[in-house]
Design a protein around this ligand. Structure first.
Ligand code: NDP
Length: 299
């Protein structure tokens, strides 16, 4: 079993980006700038936003945090989006999800200029990704693809099973891995990725275990601890665990620990490669956001 060390690969990517930003500075050019809009005080969102801003600082990308109270109206948030769309000093921005219930998430995302949509969630970017046109790809799928590429794990002709059909993980990673390589997206390494035969599973899928047992690569993004167990995988499988779940743990000072969607202890011995949680896909997601910001800067 080999660990797919997202923490290390993400650090490599940050080092590469830091060098790129240093070069821009040395050439007297403006440094890239990311804005992060956060609404309310959801503790998980606060942590994600802080980590993103910290990562920006580490590579020299400027970051602006724009915070609004939970009670903000949809129109005020839309006005902020328009302002950021039109601000030439901002290369990319994200609106941290989830938003309060009274705000229509889809209306907010659709209002973002796709060229600044470094989360890759606008209908334009999703459509462009589907058509193989240059686009900003959602950060987690981009990170997964990059992780596979950097470990030289080929996907051509492989059976990839994706568990989860969300707009931010399941659908886009399935789309990326089934693409023809010549439609690979700019700014991504290893154009040999793609050409996989992809099966997308979800909560209504019958015989999930049978389907998983035919997989060469399994990507689990369900938000369900220990969903994938040893009896569901064959020897030599590659497992990407996207899940982040809090489970009670009285031995931890926080009273909980983070686990993925995979029963790591039982699956790891059968796997050729597997991501740990934490330290697998999570760090790659943030690294991809930084890559997307540089991509938006250059476009
Ligand atoms: P969603 O809740 O939007 O989607 C979950 C998907 O999994 C749904 O399609 C659901 O099916 C499916 N699913 C849930 N339970 C089962 C089951 N028992 N069997 C088969 N399918 C199932 O989640 P996200 O995609 O947003 O996130 C998934 C997980 O990944 C979460 O734990 C999240 O925290 C984590 N995550 C981690 C990131 C990272 O950077 N590491 C980034 C983003 C997310 P249905 O559609 O039928 O309901």
């Amino acid at each position: 079993m080999n660990l797919l060390d997202g923490k290390k690969i993400a650090a490599d990517i940050r080092a590469e980006l830091r060098e790129e930003v240093e070069t821009l500075k040395a050439q007297g050019k403006r440094v890239p700038k990311l804005a992060v809009v956060i609404v309310g005080n959801n503790p998980a969102s606060e942590t994600y936003v802080n980590n993103k801003i910290k990562a920006c600082a580490e590579v020299g990308i400027e970051a602006a945090r724009i915070a609004y109270d939970e009670s903000i109206s949809e129109q005020t948030l839309l006005n902020e989006v328009t302002k950021l769309n039109n601000d030439p000093t901002i290369d990319g921005f994200i609106v941290q999800l989830p938003l309060p219930e009274h705000i229509n998430e889809s209306a907010i995302l659709s209002a973002i200029d796709y060229r600044k949509d470094v989360d890759g969630l606008t209908p334009e970017n999703v459509g462009r990704t589907v058509q193989g046109l240059p686009s900003l790809v959602s950060a987690t799928p981009r990170g997964i693809r990059e992780l596979l590429a950097r470990y030289d794990i080929q996907t051509e002709g492989k059976h990839v099973v994706v568990i989860g059909r969300s707009n931010i993980v399941g659908k886009p990673i399935a789309m990326l891995l089934m693409q023809r390589p010549y439609l690979s997206l700019p700014g991504m390494s290893a154009s040999s990725l793609g050409d996989a035969t992809v099966t997308i599973c979800h909560s209504k899928t019958r015989n999930l275990a049978d389907i998983c047992r035919t997989a060469d690569i399994i990507i689990v993004a369900a938000g369900s601890p220990k969903l994938l167990t040893a009896d569901m995988v064959r020897d030599g499988v590659v497992v990407i665990d996207v899940g982040i779940n809090r489970v009670d743990d009285i031995t931890s000072p926080r009273g909980y620990r983070l686990v993925g969607d995979v029963d790591f202890e039982s699956v790891a011995p059968k796997a050729a490669f597997i991501t740990p949680v934490p330290g697998g896909v999570g760090p790659m997601t943030i690294a991809s956001l930084l890559q997307n910001t540089l991509q938006a800067y250059h476009s």
